[in-house]
Design a protein around this ligand. Structure first.
Ligand code: FAD
Ligand code: 2HG
Ligand code: ZN
Length: 461
């Protein structure tokens, strides 16, 4: 069967669309962290929705599994073909056209392989804003961002990817194309099937295009970094800022001193932005109306006066703004350089963040000598990346640390993945964090859409 399969693919895509050379396939077979490596019969790189549909039909005919892949920046190993005997990686990277841009209607229609930064740029050039933002935006693609319901640093104001998708086009596991590329704000005609694909992690079909929401551009932004003596202060400051800045508050991002130290260790030429404190909050507000900077400055002055904030620096230029953001955006890369870690993408009720971080930190430090906690995340969303660098002597595994931390998450009635997804990294834990009735509903949906289980087997279930 395999013998006939590759020639069938060669009849659908051009030469550049079919990669079977092992060296060229390597980067598609390993996840971003370099932790998981799988194997596949080929990497297939179609250029159009029609080619995707024909590739999917060929896979159905030859009984081959499909692992969709976007920018391969996912942190749950959902795009890595692990332990699959007959599978292809279906890479959307050559489908990167901006199909439509409706300035007055505030929408943009894009191919699934469009890189997020390119979509942001196209919107900006039209005087509009596509607000989704994350450190992987130079590589992550719209299809992958939809398939993981990506969050990032602007969820507080604009919501996660789910809130930004108006229309979708997808190829089902039997090769049929479902065209829902509508640009409607309101549409109650039956099930909202596109939302099923948001966060489906490649298990229901291949997303080939989307219509996304745009927003007015912020003509002014005000950015500050604030040092804090404890996590309760982070919560208090977040509340104060919401009162003072209302809907202009666009980001409220937390990181610990250890996250800052780690970046200094890997980039010693960088200068510490503020004197040493246990925690830092990066704050950004954006608006088209005047007076924003004054409002942020006044709120911070009050926080300093009431001793909620210990120190603060306001960006005076866009270069300074970028420099402040870099302290938040390069944590993940520094963590990767430092070595192996157990990642936890936790969400808890906002008011439980301090208690959760304290309890989980004490438990990890008491149980695993040499393990180092790197806690950071999206405070306004209740989302903490409670990552733990493994002890250098190899005395604890990622699985052991996951089990301890996720046990605490369960007690806080939180989630084991706020934004990165289940993928293959957290698959074995899903069943202990969802009820039997929820799991059977999810399985029923999967079976109805993909009865032969060909879409991304091993991810999610
Ligand atoms: P991939 O990694 O290629 O795939 C991810 C999943 O989507 C896989 O299950 C894959 O099968 C599926 N998939 C991909 N394309 C398609 C398609 N066209 N159709 C169907 N299924 C598809 N995530 C956040 O939410 N917030 C953050 O702040 C954030 N920051 C990050 C920072 C860094 C430095 C890195 C490396 C990652 C970060 N991530 C973050 C995780 C990652 O960027 C997101 O999960 C992103 O959405 C993945 O997009 P991708 O195109 O790289 O998808
Ligand atoms: C972020 O918020 C990303 O920077 C990555 O979601 C988190 O590295 C991580 O675990
Ligand atoms: Zn995040």
């Amino acid at each position: 069967m395999t013998d006939a399969f590759l020639p069938a693919l060669a009849g659908i895509v051009d030469d550049a669309g079919l990669v079977t050379d092992r060296a060229r396939m390597a980067s598609y077979l390993t996840d971003w962290r370099g932790v998981f490596t799988g194997d596949a019969l080929a990497v297939v790189r179609p250029r159009t929705t029609d080619e995707v549909a024909r590739v999917v039909q060929a896979c159905a005919h030859h009984g081959v599994a499909i692992v969709p892949q976007g920018g391969n920046t996912g942190l749950a190993a959902g795009a890595t073909p692990l332990g699959l005997e007959r599978a292809i990686v279906l890479a959307l990277e050559r489908m990167r056209a901006i199909r439509t841009l409706d300035r007055e209607g505030f929408t943009i229609g894009v191919d699934a392989g469009c890189v997020l930064a390119d979509v942001q740029r196209a919107a900006e050039e039209a005087g509009r804003l596509f607000p989704l933002a994350l450190a992987a935006e130079g590589s992550a693609q719209i299809g992958g961002l939809i398939a993981t319901n990506a969050g990032g640093t602007a969820v507080l104001r604009y919501g996660s990817m789910r809130a930004l998708v108006l229309g979708l086009e997808a190829v089902l596991p039997d090769g049929r194309v479902v065209d829902g590329l509508r640009a409607l704000r309101k549409d109650n005609a039956g099930y909202d099937w596109k939302q099923l694909f948001v966060g489906s992690e490649g298990t229901l079909g291949v997303i080939t295009a989307a219509v996304l929401r745009l927003f007015p551009r912020n003509r002014a932004t005000a950015t500050a970094l604030v040092a804090l003596d404890d996590l309760d202060a982070a919560l208090a400051l977040f509340g104060m800022l919401q009162d003072a800045l209302g809907e202009t508050l666009a980001a409220c991002e937390l990181f610990s001193e250890r996250c800052l130290e780690l970046q200094l260790a890997h980039a010693p030429q960088r200068e510490r932005p503020l004197p040493r404190h246990p925690w830092y909050l990066l704050i950004e507000a954006g608006s088209s109306l005047p007076g924003l900077r004054d409002a942020l400055e006044a709120a911070l002055a009050e926080a300093l006066e009431r001793e909620i904030a210990a120190e603060a620096v306001l960006a005076e230029s866009s270069a300074q703004r970028d420099a402040l953001w870099l302290w938040r955006e390069s944590i993940t890369e520094s963590e990767r350089r430092e070595g192996a870690s157990a990642k936890h993408d936790v969400s808890v009720a906002l008011s439980s963040i301090p208690a959760f971080v304290r309890e989980a930190t004490s438990a990890v430090e008491a149980s695993f000598a040499g393990a180092r906690v790197l806690a950071f995340g999206h405070v306004g969303d209740g989302n903490v990346h409670f990552n733990v660098l493994l002890p250098p002597d190899g005395s604890a595994s990622s699985e052991e640390i996951n089990a301890l931390v996720h046990g605490i998450v369960r007690r806080f009635r939180g989630s084991i993945t706020a934004e990165h997804g289940i993928g293959r990294y957290r698959r074995d834990e899903l069943s202990s964090h969802r009820s039997e009735s929820e799991l059977s509903l999810m399985r029923a949906i999967k079976t109805a859409v993909d009865p032969d289980g060909r879409m991304n087997p091993g991810a999610l279930f």
